[in-house]
Design a binder for this molecule. Structure first.
Ligand code: PXP
Length: 253
């Protein structure tokens, strides 16, 4: 049986650490607990302003992932600086995201329909693929047909669908059928090219379940909710519960 994968985003362990400028809580320890509990990959976002994950966290977290023979997924903007870091570190996955300095968190997908943004994304993919051919690339985008078709014209391997609006609508008990329809249509566009179909942003235990039941996405990257719950229940416990939920919804028999 094939199950969806869980990527645990550990950025907010670094948020807590950076808030005091201490050496704890350790990002690598969060990676270790997550992977030892069964998470399928670790996701970190090295932001331009270094508000949480720091440069040294990238190789240190990658080393921890290597110990478990599991992938590091490095989220980053498309700047030259980030591309250089990616080609030096050679993570198993890079997830390209839009980045605005003033935003609290990533606020939406890459606008690949804008020619300037598109050129930046395309160039970042070309350079990463040339300098680190084993690194796979996902593009964090909205699930509209135009955006997804445009994504397929660059050298990448997957899209990660921005689920932030879905998650908000779920919390506000709004009708979700439009989101599901878009995700289904999106999957057919992406799968026609054999790309990976991932999802992430804003998801909680409760809002994840209807998505799992839809069986559209192969991978979910979840961070903020997991870390919040971990304060009360412990990181390993929260991840274990999430993995148990995911096992209820195999992608294929
Ligand atoms: N995926 C991407 C591309 C993101 O930018 C983020 C937030 O850093 C996440 C997933 C995780 O979102 P959350 O922390 O809301 O679960």
């Amino acid at each position: 049986m094939k199950y969806p994968r869980l990527g645990v985003n550990i950025d907010h362990v670094a948020t807590l650490r950076q808030q005091r400028g201490e050496f704890y809580p350790e990002v690598t320890r969060a990676a270790e607990v997550s992977l030892a509990t069964g998470a399928h990959q670790i996701t970190i976002h090295l932001r331009e302003d270094r508000r949480h994950i720091q440069d040294r966290d990238v190789p240190e977290t990658h080393n921890m992932c290597r110990k478990f023979k599991l992938p590091l997924n490095l989220e980053m903007g498309c700047s030259d600086e980030m591309v250089q870091i990616a080609i030096l570190e050679k993570p198993e996955w890079v997830c390209l995201v839009p980045e605005k300095r003033a935003e609290r968190t990533t606020e939406g997908g890459l606008d690949v329909l804008d020619p300037i943004n598109y050129a930046r994304v395309k160039a970042a993919c070309e350079t990463i693929k040339k300098m680190s051919p084993a690194t796979k690339i996902s593009l964090f985008v909205e699930a509209t047909p135009q955006v997804l078709s445009k994504c397929l014209t660059v050298r990448a391997d997957a899209v990660e669908i921005h689920t932030g609006e879905y998650a908000k609508d779920f919390l506000n008990k709004k009708d979700l059928s439009n989101h599901f329809k878009m995700y289904r249509e999106g999957r057919s566009i992406i799968k026609a090219q054999g790309w990976g179909y991932h999802a992430g942003h804003g998801l909680t235990f409760e809002s994840l379940e209807p998505l799992l039941a839809e069986k559209q996405f192969e991978e979910y990257n979840i961070g903020h909710w997991i870390m919040g719950e971990a304060l009360f229940l412990g990181l390993g416990h929260v991840i274990k519960e999430m993995l148990t939920l995911m096992k209820k919804y195999p992608l294929e028999a």
